[in-house]
Design a binder for this molecule. Sequence first.
Ligand code: NAG
Ligand code: NAG
Ligand code: NAG
Ligand code: NAG
Ligand code: NAG
Ligand code: NAG
Ligand code: NAG
Length: 401
Amino acid sequence: MSETFFLGWVCLLMSLLQCTVESHGPPKSFNVMEYGAIADGATDNSEPFLKAWKEACEWKGRARVLVPQGKIFMVNSIMFEGPCEGHEMEFVISGTLKAPTDPSKFLTENWINFRYIDNLTVSGSGTLDGQGKVAWPYNDCRKNPHCPALPVTMRFDFVRNARVHHLRSIDSKNAHFIIFGCQDMNISNINISAPGDSPNTDGIKIGNSQRIGIAHSIIGTGDDCIAMLPGTREVNISDVVCGPGHGISIGSLGKSGDEDVLSGIVVKNCTFLGTSDGVRIKTWANPMLKDTQAFNFVYEDIFMDNVGNPIIIDQQYCPVPPCKFVPSRVQISNVTYRNIWGSSGSKVAVTLRCSQTRPCNNVVLEDINLSYGRGNEGNATALCSHVNGHALGKQNPASCL
Ligand SMILES: *[C@@H]1O[C@H](CO)[C@@H](O)[C@H](O)[C@H]1NC(C)=O
Ligand SMILES: *[C@@H]1O[C@H](CO)[C@@H](O)[C@H](O)[C@H]1NC(C)=O
Ligand SMILES: *[C@@H]1O[C@H](CO)[C@@H](O)[C@H](O)[C@H]1NC(C)=O
Ligand SMILES: *[C@@H]1O[C@H](CO)[C@@H](O)[C@H](O)[C@H]1NC(C)=O
Ligand SMILES: *[C@@H]1O[C@H](CO)[C@@H](O)[C@H](O)[C@H]1NC(C)=O
Ligand SMILES: *[C@@H]1O[C@H](CO)[C@@H](O)[C@H](O)[C@H]1NC(C)=O
Ligand SMILES: *[C@@H]1O[C@H](CO)[C@@H](O)[C@H](O)[C@H]1NC(C)=O
């Protein structure tokens, strides 16, 4: 055997070994401290974070960006972009990230943005502090005519095969999490909070995404705990505690233009505490260009404690009058409400207000036990308009179907 031939084999073996280590061994860590991050809670760390991301993303095996525990990092608007070379990216946030408070830095769409990444995990038990308090007054468009769109705390665009878990997000300026154009993503053990009167601080907003799971999370905000927008399909939500906030919403849909269908949502074993709405489907009574559909929704094993509108389909949604009030062109069908109990803050505990020209189809109420308030204010009632369906089992309030 010639020496070069032998060496050739050794090299091949070694590269195979390295390859095996890179794909099956522990991930290689890229600690932001090694890229010059300064954890004083004031210095902008966007550059060191981006450098750490860039090197991790270029690493051909499993890579982990690490934001260490017990430290506070200020970071301006930042985008972590793929595709990456390796087959798995982890972003471990164990410390606290603080958003800027300087209004000149508000003019960005997002604070932390992940895009075009396959096989991503974001976790670490750390905190994302959106520092929304300083920004919320800018969000009041009645007082501030040039109200800017404030940055979303963490946004995922076109990410596939991802896990987001064990994170805390507080006081976002706009929504806490947005998931757009993503597929196969599980979110769990997330704790989201913002004051009940903070504007537009939705917990998790999902649009144009498929196969999303949300589980074991606590969400209290000034807007929807979870909102699902057009093009969202196959979402499982379970073991979520929501409140304060506007509940778990499908929509709003049908405001204008062309919208993709929304379907296959399961909400199971959730609790609503003092929210303005519980499980809500909302479509605008506005002229749309095209018909669209929303179908196959199941709401099951849900407890409501003093919720304004526990069960509501509102096809005349109009939060900012005046509205034209033409019948909605969104066709809603196959909606099941099963085993929902507790108390309603308003007399009408069940509202099924559908479109005059596209009545709701196959709406099922099964074992509903919602009382009005806690005292002797009288029985709760149910309201139906333009809805086809049936009731099964116990019905309190008396079913209107
Ligand atoms: C994602 O990462 C996991 C863990 O490293 C790995 O087992 C899996 O093969 C990766 N999936 C893809 C699609 O690359
Ligand atoms: C999300 O969770 C579901 C149900 O547990 C599981 O089947 C699926 O593989 C998970 N997806 C990802 C991307 O982890
Ligand atoms: C969730 O976060 C809020 C606000 O930061 C905190 O008060 C609460 O204890 C947290 N809940 C859990 C279960 O960690
Ligand atoms: C949703 O739940 C169904 C039924 O349990 C399961 O087959 C599916 O994999 C789940 N999907 C996600 C994304 O969790
Ligand atoms: C229902 O959700 C709660 C948290 O809200 C959890 O503690 C409980 O284990 C869940 N029950 C089931 C049967 O999954
Ligand atoms: C509604 O449910 C029925 C019965 O399960 C099914 O045949 C129909 O396809 C569903 N409608 C839509 C729009 O998926
Ligand atoms: C309905 O809820 C009330 C309390 O709100 C309870 O006393 C009653 O037993 C429940 N009925 C059924 C059939 O579960």
